[in-house]
Design a protein around this ligand. Sequence first.
Ligand code: ZN
Length: 322
Amino acid sequence: MSVIDEIKGRLDIVEVISAYVPLQKAGRNYKALCPFHAEKTPSFVVFPETQHWHCFGACSEGGDVFSFLMKQEGWDFKTTLEELARRTGVELKPRSSVQAQRDEETSRLYQLLDAAAQYFHHLLQQAPEAEAARHYMESRGLNADTVDRFTLGYSPATWDRTRTYLLQQGYSVEEMIHAGMLVEKEERASTYDRFRDRLMIPIRDARGRVTGFGARTLDPHGIPKYLNSPQTKVFDKSRTLFGLDAARKAIRRQDQAVIVEGYMDVMQAHQAGFENVVAEMGTALTEHQIRAIQHLTKRIVLALDPDTAGIQATLRGVQVAS
Ligand code: ZN
């Protein structure tokens, strides 16, 4: 049996689709308003017996649980396969023990970064010392819903509080260094928190996993204005588009992606209802970044600042995209 058949055998398409679309029983099948086009009478049908779906309306498209998730989530096939394998507990390939250990280390990094993001988020919402950060959010017009949606946070103004928290959560200093959360002084003699007294913006990959942080200073004279995570095993600026996990569905639905320059622009756009907006990471647009959205849409709009660097970045971007 192929891995795909094995995964399908462990899933019920009705259950998977009903997590996204309210299904109504209609004889042996289920009906709903099609999630992929606007309609008033349901023409989207799920067939439990064959484990297929079909839209008899404007889309006149259909398929299996894989094609549904690819369309609905905007995932490529590989991501869908990995995600469904994870959900169903199907092993994709026999892993060597070295590979298994490497995977375990990587997954610990994701967990560590997520734990840090949740910690910062909690501080931003609760801690008295995060008052300036909360004030800054307000001054930029970001509301509570956006703060939640992007899990914005606040990193404490000390050299070791984040480290202490993560140690208590069971992560080692070594892991924190690998995740980019700690800076090493003098050949590992000691370490200190990289992010201090900053507004913390978690950066996520297309699957929504936290891979690093953008951190904005709250001091009007603070330098640098933005401090990013360093390159790590899970974070590579040149392959990352900020907001892609939140924008994926809208990009596919509207068949258009807008690339802007900064984190704030993305969050403000999403808050205003423009959810197909992502940001480059402060470097010139790369081929990897374009490729990350090309399977969602071929229509990419570059909305970068009209300063010299911006124009040059745009031109480079166009060359990459054409
Ligand atoms: Zn349809």
